[in-house]
Design a protein around this ligand. Structure first.
Ligand code: CAA
Length: 259
């Protein structure tokens, strides 16, 4: 497995685990960390032995945002030329396997945005979400104004983004930002268990289900339903559909072969 300086990477069973590991800066998302994260995500996506990916940080911080010290002296021509944020930050959106964000501690600014780019957010009881960019004289730049609004609705998103107020885990669950809250000490185990469950299912149907749910954010209901039906029907071309339905009828466990 590749050696990285700012992330730790391992597999647990069929789950690829990426841990952001820059504790001295509360996992602030500097360019090097984002490059490494992108490489690790694509490597797990290409690895047939991996069926789901967990992205996590430390107990204190998932990530406290883009690296303010690195960013403070950037000039407009340079950030525009480099399309900074752009593709580098959005690698997670190119991953076809489900990515679970396991969030403990701070998920602020770009950290909250990174979690929202993942497919499922599991929150530890001590998690805190926020978009504090307004305090720095800027606004969210990696999708926060769009994804937070879609997740929690306009009024709460507006309040958080205009004031920089943080939301705790209980509020995040109530507001549908996260799937579930778990005890802080059990966060990684719960995320890996969830990943294992997903990885045990048929990979083509998992990938298509993920794609279809994501389309719900980007199109009309009519188009989304058409898209879903196309994918649904295409699964009848897989062996796993035959196996899954045969297993149900024969009252046994399916043996999916991802084919
Ligand atoms: N960038 C760079 N360094 C950061 C950082 C960040 N986003 N967040 C924390 N750090 C560093 C601190 O500077 C500090 O380093 P030093 O010890 O060298 O001073 C170290 O991490 C520990 O941080 P604190 O001492 O501040 O820890 P705390 O427990 O007192 O406070 C905190 C924690 C409330 C998260 C506070 O660190 C904080 O407010 N951080 C900034 C959060 C923020 O504004 N994020 C948005 C960034 S902009 C962005 O993300 C743009 C975008 O949309 C893409």
């Amino acid at each position: 497995m590749a050696e990285y300086g700012m992330i730790l990477v391992e597999t647990q069973g069929r789950v690829g685990v990426i841990r952001l590991n820059r504790p001295q800066a509360l996992n602030a998302l500097c360019d090097r960390l984002m490059d490494e994260l992108g490489q690790a995500l694509l490597a797990f996506d290409a690895d047939d032995a991996v069926g789901a990916i967990v992205l996590t940080g430390s107990e204190k911080a998932f990530a406290a945002g883009a690296d303010i010290k690195e960013m403070r002296d950037r000039t407009y021509p340079a950030v525009y030329r480099d399309d900074w944020i752009g593709e580098k930050w959005e690698t997670v959106l190119r991953v076809r396997k489900p990515v679970i964000a396991a969030v403990a501690g701070f998920a602020l600014g770009g950290g909250c945005e990174l979690a929202m780019m993942c497919d499922i957010i599991l929150a530890a009881e001590n998690a805190k979400f926020g978009q504090p960019e307004i305090n720095l004289g800027v606004i969210p730049g990696a999708g926060g104004t769009q994804r937070l609004t879609r997740a929690v609705g306009k009024s709460k998103a507006m309040e958080m983004i205009l004031t920089g107020r943080m939301m705790d885990a209980a509020e995040a669950e109530r507001s549908n930002l996260v799937a579930r809250v778990v005890p802080t000490g059990q966060l990684l185990d719960e995320a890996v268990k969830l990943g294992e469950r997903i990885a045990s299912l048929s990979a083509p149907s998992v990938a298509m289900a993920k794609e279809a749910v994501n389309v719900a954010h980007e199109t009309t209901l009519r188009e989304g339903v058409r898209f879903e039906r196309r994918l649904f029907l295409s699964l009848f071309a897989t062996e796993d559909q035959k196996e899954g339905m045969a297993a149900f009828v024969e009252k046994r466990k399916p043996n999916f072969r991802n084919a």
